[in-house]
Design a protein around this ligand. Structure first.
Ligand code: SAH
Length: 454
């Protein structure tokens, strides 16, 4: 099914929207890797990720890259695709530490092997003297937690992304803190095998009441041969929604059933930026999920009124609850398909002072980019029609494979087609607790343009 349009019968609200990392095409038809200790049994091999890795963190094999393919890894890019590999010296099991070397055998980096993924090696250290053992993971986690502290995001009543995969040199590991609870998302077998060491380090660094594993069996984790159901891995689960504070607002977050790990933390600053322009405006928040933009505009931004729409009934129930909880009586929440609803608003010549578009990921692969751009064009074109002169467009894309340039060109085409001037006030990204590694720009996915439409 092509992505990027409203496919008939597409189930809104299904699955996570922003996968912070690994925004590129990967297909893997290889069978699951067998563990090295699998005997000549007739039983099917157990899921590879069940293996717990307690090791000194030293390499069991050396992976040599093809000539002229080593440069990205000297530049600290952490993903070694199968196509870059010349040969392997040794027989590493999935999850083993391996060294990466040039075709002549010169050390480049140390990483973790997974034959079940096209992304054969994930690199974690670029110094041959460093074992990938428990103290190594602890130190990486402490560094990540210290960054959030420096960003002022250590308020126990609030929420923050503590670990952002490649952005924190921990490829395949995402950890979000919601109050006293942590939600862990795994997209690499490498990290899954070290879950114990990771949880030990997290407990030491932030002393959570509980650690939950979320979304591990969805999306990219499948490409890694991961089979980890959602569960409580340390401490206790919250007995209901967790309430977190952001400025003057409180959000109820469903840690066990919500989208992503429960809340779109990446949009924190963008919600505030939008709200700062919402005063006395009639606001439309399409794809509202739990009401992040809608409630911030209503309460912090003193909007005149807000219409919030999402296709998922679970999402709109959360949005309604969050609006009520924050005393936002002027927020109307509707469960509807956004594409149908925006067309009906246009057909009845409704006008808004602000339209917010934060759709799910339209392009999941490079091949789907054109289709995605057409969908962005279509919905932005209608949004511009709905805006009164001088209205504000807040338009987002979380498709990593759609570049910032492509997204801006789409907006440029919308300006041309609509005959309206679109003056961009801000081109924003994800909040700073979602750092992007300059060595792995694939980690940059969120675009949020705030523009005045004449
Ligand atoms: N702006 C939100 C996050 C939006 S995530 C926040 O700040 O929290 C994208 C949302 O789009 C999801 O809630 C999903 O349920 C919804 N969605 C996906 N397809 C949809 C469709 N066709 N119509 C309406 N909503 C849809």
């Amino acid at each position: 099914m092509p992505e990027g349009r409203r496919p008939p019968g597409r189930k809104p609200g299904s699955g996570p929207r922003h996968d912070a990392k690994d925004n590129r095409r990967r297909r893997d038809s290889r069978p699951e890797g067998r563990r090295r200790d699998d005997g000549p049994s007739v039983e099917p091999p157990p899921p590879p990720t069940a293996r717990r890795v307690d090791e000194p963190g030293l390499p069991t094999a050396t992976v040599l890259v093809k000539a002229k393919r080593a440069r990205p890894f000297f530049g600290r890019h952490p993903w070694v695709l199968d196509t870059a590999i010349e040969r392997v010296e040794g027989t590493p099991a999935d999850g083993d530490v391996v060294d990466l070397a040039t075709h002549e055998g010169r050390f480049i980096a140390r990483g973790i092997w997974n034959a079940s993924s096209r992304l054969r090696v994930r690199l974690y250290a670029f110094d041959s003297g460093v074992p990938l053992d428990a103290p190594f993971w602890r130190s990486r986690i402490q560094t990540a937690v210290a960054l959030r502290r420096a960003l002022g995001l250590d308020d126990r009543a609030g929420a923050a992304r503590l670990i952002n995969s490649e952005g924190d040199d921990l490829s395949g590991l995402i950890v979000d803190r919601y109050g006293d609870h942590l939600a862990v998302q795994l997209t690499s077998l490498a990290m899954a095998g070290r879950l114990d060491a990771i949880c030990d380090a997290l407990e030491e660094a932030v002393k959570p009441a509980g650690i939950l594993l979320r979304g591990a069996d969805r999306g990219l984790s499948k490409l890694e041969g991961l089979h980890l159901p959602d569960r409580v891995i340390r401490g206790t689960a919250p007995d209901g929604p967790v309430f977190i504070r952001e400025g003057n607002l409180s959000w109820g977050v469903d840690l066990t059933e919500g989208q992503k790990t429960g809340f779109y933390l990446d949009q924190r600053e963008n919600r505030r930026a939008a709200a700062s322009l919402a005063r006395d405006r009639r606001v439309l928040d399409l794809f509202c999920y739990s009401g992040g933009f809608a409630v911030t505009c209503a309460v912090t931004g003193s909007a005149k009124s807000v219409l919030a729409v999402d296709g998922s009934a679970k999402a709109t129930a959360l949005a309604r609850a969050n609006a009520d909880f924050n005393g936002a009586a002027n927020v109307t929440v509707e469960t509807a398909d956004a594409f149908t609803r925006i067309d009906s608003l246009a057909a009845s010549a409704e006008k808004f002072g602000m339209v917010i578009l934060d759709p799910p990921k339209f392009a999941r692969s490079r091949g789907a980019i054109d289709e995605a751009l057409r969908a962005y064009h279509r919905i932005n074109r209608v949004a511009v029609d709905l805006l009164e002169p001088g209205g504000i467009l807040v338009t987002c894309s979380c498709s990593g494979s759609v570049s910032r340039d492509d997204f801006l060109e789409m907006l440029s085409a919308v300006a041309q087609r609509s005959g309206r001037q679109i003056a961009m006030l801000e081109c924003r990204g994800a909040a700073p607790d979602h750092p992007v590694s300059a060595s792995c720009l694939e980690g940059e996915y969120l675009k949020c343009v705030i523009a005045r439409v004449a």
